[in-house]
Design a protein around this ligand. Structure first.
Ligand code: PEP
Ligand code: MG
Length: 543
């Protein structure tokens, strides 16, 4: 640190929760200083070399990044091989521009177009383009892509922005947390930070002031706060909270491999939500009661439609991992916050209320039938449950059952091993929640993320209405209660797999609604099991 600085508090948005005390490391822009430009052929060659190097770096990163990271990098690697895309930059070089300017202006033009798309998919792609712009410029300027030399133990990184590939490069034991001036809680870096358990604040209201480099810092990513050079009180408060978190951690480490039971003796099933199968490599199946939600959208990354055998292979892998525990696989839930190019409709005024989830699958029987066949084949291998998203009226479930029956009959006719899986539905549309008793389903699972957004008319991806999208709203809790009552009256299982289930603070409310089965983010298994253990009394209406 150049000179002592006094306490300063900066605020932003929480993108990955967590609390760390560390040392502030400011990452300067990727490519500072000058670059001597040559003749047009020399500049073309310089750009070609930089592109080759960037491609190799992306390949190496993807190899160690896990499925989720590799999937995010795929779009960038594909662009580096897209001749039409590269032609823009080469044309600018032919016109006499230096390679770095040609590349930067071509990419800036593309970014502007993607940003004009104004939905999450296009915004995430703009983020990828900036990432690629940066990486090729680093190669051109000869700037290192390794972690900055000053990355110390317990680094809290402060940067203008952090691209997905840069995050993967820096990710490791030294990087304890990050705060960036740009970004969004729904962007790719935020997704990666949550998956890797790295606390992240985005949209930080600060300037990159080199005088702060090396200062002690507290990053309270849950509150979206960065405290630089914390005073005694702030530091003591952070240490107390870290101590309490460490005590909790020791407590849940003792509980995590055991079935969850409240202090009052009520058993609660705790399963996991799976967004990325790579996570299973580091998760012992004994820590949970199976998989309560598999978001199969990862199979369809980049608009690529997986074949029946590829899907069957993935479903088999999940069943093998679960070793006899139930595995719930949700059919494709594209659309809304999960667009898939080439599959989801473009130009809808409100994609969250449009052709998404089951509505889309029913319009694309050629995609849906492949998934149902793969699921029916996997059901022969273990306790597989099929779950359908965004169901609104009973007739939709009846149509799914007809399609499933057809898939089973086709497999039987072809002599291919198969079994009938349990067929359940998500309850995330208010019309389904209030009419749950009328649906023919083998089980229900409440999708509180969508249910809350539809009940409160507050988009789940709009931070400006985040305080209205409140899971504690009495209307939300009353709706959940009604769903639990409907499931009990029908004698079928009901679970909750939205983010509400992963928040230990909400656990007493969910038990009070009568829920006895939850599906949570893998990183929340311990904290949720601890909250269940600490719950005294009978644990709600149904004992
Ligand atoms: C939900 O809506 O709560 C849910 C679990 O599904 P997703 O978040 O994938 O829409
Ligand atoms: Mg949903």
């Amino acid at each position: 640190m150049a000179e002592a600085v006094s306490e300063r508090v900066f605020t932003g948005l929480s993108a990955a929760k967590g609390l760390v005390i560390g040392t502030l490391v400011i990452e300067a822009a990727a490519h500072q200083g000058g670059r001597q430009a040559g003749s047009s052929p020399e500049e073309r060659k310089a750009l070609e070399d930089a592109i080759v190097l960037a491609g190799r770096e992306l390949e190496a990163l993807a190899a160690k990044a896990g499925d989720l990271g590799a999937e995010i990098l795929e779009f960038q690697s594909a662009l580096l091989e897209d001749e039409d895309f590269l032609a823009l930059s080469f044309a600018k070089i032919e016109a006499g521009g230096p390679a770095h300017e040609a590349w930067a202006t071509a990419l800036d033009g593309e970014v502007a177009e993607y940003r004009a798309g104004d939905d999450d998919y296009f915004k995430a792609r703009a983020e990828d383009l900036l990432d690629l712009k940066d990486r090729v410029l680093r190669s051109l300027f000869g700037t290192q892509t390794e972690a900055p030399a000053q990355m110390e133990k317990d680094t809290v990184l402060l940067a203008e922005d952090l691209t997905p590939s840069r995050f993967l490069e820096l990710q490791g034991p030294s990087l304890r947390g990050a705060a960036i001036l740009g970004g969004s809680p729904t962007g790719h870096v935020a997704i990666l930070a949550r998956a890797h358990g790295v606390p992240l604040v985005v949209g930080l209201n600060a300037r990159l002031d080199s005088a702060l480099h090396g200062a002690p810092a507290v990053l309270d990513a849950k509150a979206g706060k960065l405290i630089v050079a914390p005073g005694q009180d702030a530091l003591a408060a952070a240490k107390d909270r870290l101590d309490a978190l460490a005590t909790d951690r020791r407590a849940w480490e003792d509980l995590i491999a055991r079935p969850a039971v409240t202090g009052g003796g009520t058993a609660v099933q705790v399963s996991i939500n799976l967004d990325d199968p790579a996570l299973l490599d580091s998760l012992p199946p004994e820590h949970c009661d199976g998989i309560g939600l598999t978001r199969t959208e990862f199979l369809f990354s980049g608009g690529h439609l997986p074949g029946e055998d590829a899907q069957f292979g993935v479903y088999k892998r999940l069943l093998d991992w679960a070793a006899g525990r139930p595995v719930t696989i949700r059919t494709l839930d594209a659309g809304g916050d999960k667009p898939i190019p080439g599959v989801t409709p473009v130009g809808e005024t409100n994609p969250f209320l449009g052709v998404r989830g089951l509505r889309l699958s029913l319009r694309h029987p050629e995609i849906f039938a492949v998934q149902l066949r793969a699921l029916a084949r996997a059901a022969a291998l273990g306790p597989l449950k099929v779950m359908v998203p965004m169901v609104t009226v009973p007739d939709e479930m009846a149509r799914v059952r007809v399609l499933l029956d057809r898939a089973l009959a086709d497999l039987a006719a072809a002599g291919i091993a198969h079994a009938r899986p349990a067929l359940g539905m998500m309850i995330e549309v208010p019309a389904a929640a209030l009419n749950a008793g009328s649906f023919a389903a083998d089980f229900f699972s409440i999708g509180s993320n969508d249910l809350v957004q539809y009940l409160t008319a507050s988009a789940r991806d709009n931070p400006a209405v985040a305080s209205l999208a409140d899971a504690r709203n009495p209307a939300v809790l009353e709706t959940i209660r009604r769903c639990v009552d409907a499931a009990r009256a029908k004698g079928i299982e009901i679970s909750l797999c939205g983010d509400m289930a992963s928040d230990p603070d909400l656990l007493p409310l969910l038990l009070d609604c009568g829920l006895r089965s939850l599906s949570v983010a893998p990183a929340q298994l311990g904290p949720v099991k601890l909250a269940i253990h600490r719950q005294l009394g009978t644990g709600g209406r149904h004992g």
